[in-house]
Design a protein around this ligand. Structure first.
Ligand code: C2O
Length: 506
């Protein structure tokens, strides 16, 4: 287990009392929506295309009351600009690497790889960890956006420096809309992206970075959209929150101070089959949950807190039990918007949620654990070092294209949890230790919390693309040391896909 006392003494912010932010004093800000710099038509299939550009750069952020904080950001902001597209419209995202020579946390090289987490991207556009874009260069990533409406996020995925770069600020939301989702759920001003992460600060206001021997970073300041424990003014109506936990390690358990429910309507891969009301839910790093909160019954001037319940093996500090506050205002509600008072119950079907275990052709089990000899985190017995040593050929599984399989993640350790993320696919959570999954997990997922002494089973369909894709722990210090492997889809033994970003011949 985590040595709490040590971590406490070592890792909390070193800010003076005057510089330490206090909860509920800062207004929530929202990341801007990125405008396309051009639009066009795909000459091959006639689909509309939107062209976007973001620049990875160093910048200075206003997070603390009196000090400024150096960050890395897409367009120099954290969270980066939100990309919002319609299902069926392709996006081409040009990522320009204009990062400085030196990382704010030391002499790491600032070559990057950008992953759109939750997208079924072709392998060469998926942000493969070793597919690096150097400083001064750019890469155009193509995203098909044919998946059902969902909340995705794009973040750095550079091999061995993902934790540093995401923590420094290279993370942003990405939304796919579709007509069904537009009709059911609040839009625009009432569709609120919340990117939550924890941080710690040095006395001069710069971010502190301590991953406790690769076990995890536990900050003592909770940021929402880059502001410490902010407040948001809300009207007396239903709001939709797209909550992303962008913490590099910490998991959360959001709950409302009033005891009223959070109505979970979507998981990583979009709308759930039916909405689930919960008093709290566990939210691991990289998971996305969309929740409705019904503010209709509260009174003008009332403050409702979004709190963080238990620590689930995260290190707790004085204010890590707080997230943000909602202040109810009496601005007249537009009752012409039908989502203002609608709590939908039946949401949407999706292919992955309609599959059954009878369709599975294979069951595979992966142990997730630490190798005490090498001090590396492993999946099976493997690490990314093994993948590199094999010339990027070694795979832990090789399902056929469109194969349906059951994958089991077994975590027999005490004191450690692992949010396991598979690229390319959505999956259905089947069980935890033989019991039904939590109600809020009963939607399409791409990241699943595997708790200590748990066996979690998921049902996966492998496709729609052939190629090699990665799977890793989304506690990012674990991923970087070296809890990441790859699987192939639809490739014969030893076959190299022509689109492989690393091993295909030029
Ligand atoms: Cu969110 Cu492979 O990552």
């Amino acid at each position: 287990a985590i040595p709490l006392a040590n971590v406490d003494a070592k890792s909390a912010s070193r800010l003076s009392t005057a510089d330490m932010p206090r909860p509920y004093l800062t207004a929530l800000t929202r990341a801007p929506i990125l405008q396309p710099n051009a639009t066009g038509i795909d000459p091959v299939d006639g689909h509309p295309v939107q062209y976007y550009t973001v620049t990875q750069m160093a910048a200075v952020a206003a997070i603390l009351p009196r000090l400024r904080t150096p960050i890395l950001g897409y367009n120099g902001i954290f969270p980066g600009p939100t990309i919002s597209v319609e299902r069926g419209t392709k996006a081409v995202l040009r990522v320009r690497n204009q990062l400085p020579l030196r990382h704010p946390f030391g002499g790491h090289l600032l070559a990057t790889s950008t992953h759109l987490h939750g997208s079924a991207s072709l392998p060469q556009f998926d942000g493969y960890a070793s597919d690096l874009t150097n400083r001064g260069f750019k890469k155009d990533y193509q995203y098909p956006n044919y998946q059902q409406a969902r909340t995705l996020w794009y973040h750095d995925h550079s091999v061995h420096t993902t934790a540093l770069n995401v923590y420094a600020g290279l993370a942003a939301q990405y939304h796919v809309h579709d007509p069904q989702e537009r009709q059911l759920l609040p839009q625009g001003e009432f569709d609120v992206a919340l990117t939550i992460n924890d941080a710690m600060f040095a006395a001069n206001g710069s971010l502190g970075y301590d991953h406790n021997s690769h076990s995890g970073l536990w900050g003592d300041v909770i940021l929402v959209n880059g502001k410490p424990w902010p407040t948001m003014k809300v009207q007396r109506r239903v709001y939709r929150f797209r909550i992303l936990n962008a913490s590099i390690s910490r998991s959360l358990r959001p709950t409302l101070s009033t005891g009223d429910p959070l109505i979970v309507v979507a998981t990583d891969g979009g709308l759930m089959p039916v909405a689930r009301s919960v008093s709290s839910y566990r939210h691991a790093s990289a998971e996305r949950y969309e929740v409705l909160i019904d503010f209709r019954k509260y009174t003008n001037g009332q403050r409702i807190l979004l709190r963080n319940l238990s620590n689930d093996n995260n290190v707790a500090y004085a204010n890590t039990d707080k997230i943000m506050a909602f202040d109810v205002v009496d601005t007249p509600v537009n009752t012409g918007d039908p989502t203002w008072n609608t709590i939908p119950t039946v949401l949407a079907g999706s292919e992955i949620m309609s599959l059954t275990t009878a369709q599975s052709t294979k069951t595979r089990r992966f142990r997730v654990k630490r190798n005490d000899r090498t001090n590396l985190w492993t999946i099976g017995e493997d690490t990314w070092q093994d993948v590199v040593a094999s010339g990027f050929r070694k795979v832990v599984a090789d399902p056929g294209l469109n194969a349906v399989e059951i994958w089991e993640f077994e975590n027999s350790s005490d004191g450690w949890f692992h949010p396991i993320h598979m690229h390319l696919v959505d999956f259905q959570v089947l069980s935890r230790n033989g019991q039904a999954p939590f109600p809020y997990e009963l939607g399409p997922k791409d990241t699943v919390y595997v708790g200590e002494r748990e066996i979690v089973r998921v049902l996966v369909k492998f496709g729609p693309h052939r190629g090699k894709y990665i799977m890793h722990c989304h506690n990012l210090p674990h991923e970087d040391h070296d809890m990441m492997v790859q699987f192939s889809v639809g490739l014969a033994d030893g076959e190299v896909d022509a689109n492989d970003p690393i091993t295909a011949a030029p």
